[in-house]
Design a binder for this molecule. Structure first.
Ligand code: PLP
Length: 422
């Protein structure tokens, strides 16, 4: 975070912000910083997928990928993602095109069938609650809300959720069945979970026997610097602490290859993988193995994945640099905002003054710049400080991004100075 202050900004700063905003609205912009989608150039990097698997029909183990079956997915593809997701390939499933749907299915199955280690289904319990580190991913919160799961916000610091709070809540309340975690380059604040946080998550005592960590490692391979971050191995730590069934690990190639036609992964203990596979077998006779073979032939191996992600980075890094440059130039030293400088992932979090986020988003929309709704980073869309704004720089072109960021910072100045001097 960058923090600087200029508490005595003169009223002419407000005048200038008003003039700049007037000019901004006159420009008739139409820009979108809402969703963390890959840009077309990023999708082009995986164009080769479209002509694969060619006339090849068989996976290396002889499976005819055109046919039914193979519920666990192609072993060789699971092998490629085993290291990066920190789950041995024999306990990693390659599934459909989305990890979010795997998270959805895990919740549904936990309601309908007894989880390993549990005595009753979630549907038979009066109350189910999840811990939600904030700021977090709006679609996680939408899922838990949809199933009537109570969401309990937990503050985050630079190394993950506040573990004193987490340990207390899971120990005292048997209705707390899970926690949402994006452990690497978190959505939206780019936080990387520290070793001690991961160790505490693995060994903490939970009142619920079927407590699960929904470990959404969506950005496991999505580095933005020369120093790829490694996190501690949660699955191994849980096993060592006698809690092998605690983690549900998720990942996907949505932001590696095609966001709409990638491959989702689920990894866990043997008991959990068998539980999910047994439940999924009622829902599907097998995943799209043609797409899995296509991915296997395209990425080849872990080194192929690494090289591909370097190409992704070469397109993304300039955009993240642009965001930092403009935030620093326009807001540095004003005391109006703080922001994250992520070393990977897809987002930058901008913290504006308390009570300002909704107004900044509204003013930006009026000027033709669409931002993720303020509050989306918190359960029930309620950011109690009304201060967090999520910036997603990946999709717009560099030129559009620059315009959008200049517009956004104008709105931050306008709303901030209006509050200070209005
Ligand atoms: N998890 C996180 C943290 C994300 O940010 C996203 C997409 O933005 C997803 C999951 C979606 O993943 P998928 O496309 O595999 O469903």
């Amino acid at each position: 975070m960058t923090t600087e202050s200029n508490a005595d900004a003169p009223a002419e700063l407000l005048d200038r912000a008003r003039r700049d905003y007037k000019e901004l609205t006159a420009r008739g912009l139409k820009l979108d910083l809402t969703r963390g989608k890959p840009a077309p150039e990023q999708l082009d990097l995986s164009e080769g997928l479209l002509s694969l698997p060619g006339d090849r029909h068989h996976a290396p183990d002889g499976t005819d990928v055109r046919n039914y079956g193979g519920l666990r997915g192609l072993p060789e593809l699971r092998e490629i993602f085993s290291d990066v997701l920190q789950v041995p390939a024999d306990r990693l499933l390659a599934a459909g095109n989305s990890s979010l749907e795997l998270m959805h299915d895990c919740l549904v199955h936990a309601f309908l069938s007894v989880l390993p280690g549990a005595e009753t289904r979630w549907a038979d319990q009066e109350r189910i609650a999840f811990l939600c580190p904030v700021p977090g991913y709006d679609r996680h919160f939408a899922l838990t809300e949809r199933f009537g799961i109570e969401m309990i916000p937990v503050p985050m610091d630079d190394s993950g959720p506040d573990m004193d709070v987490v340990e207390r809540l899971v120990a005292e309340d048997p209705a707390v069945k899970g926690i949402w975690c994006v452990p690497k380059y978190s959505n939206p604040n780019g936080v990387v979970y520290g070793d001690e946080t991961i160790a505490r998550l693995a060994r903490m005592t939970t009142a619920a026997p079927d407590f699960r960590i929904f470990w959404d490692n969506a950005y496991a391979a999505h580095h933005l610097t020369d120093e790829p971050v490694e996190i501690a191995d949660l699955s191994a730590a849980c096993a060592e602490s006698g809690n092998p069934d605690r983690p549900f690990v998720f990942g996907s190639t949505s932001k590696i290859t095609f966001a709409g036609a990638g491959v989702g992964f689920f990894g866990s203990s043997t008991a959990n993988v068998d539980w999910l596979t047994a439940n999924s077998s009622k829902r599907s006779i097998g995943p799209d193995k043609v797409n899995q073979l296509r991915h296997l032939l395209f990425l080849r191996d872990a080194e192929g994945l690494r090289i591909h992600m370097e190409r992704q980075r070469s397109l993304l890094q300039p955009k993240f640099d642009t965001v930092q440059r403009i935030l620093e130039a326009e807001l540095g030293g004003t005391g109006l905002a703080e922001w994250t400088t992520p070393t990977g992932g897809y987002f930058v979090t901008l913290e504006v003054g308390e009570g300002c986020a909704k107004e900044v988003v509204r003013r930006a929309a009026e000027a033709g710049i669409v931002l993720t709704p303020a509050g989306a980073t918190h359960p029930y869309g309620d950011d109690p400080r009304d201060a967090t704004i999520r910036i997603a720089p990946s999709f717009p072109s560099l030129e559009e991004l620059e315009k959008a960021m200049l517009g956004l910072t104008t709105c931050v100045r306008l709303v901030g100075y209006e509050k200070r001097h209005g």
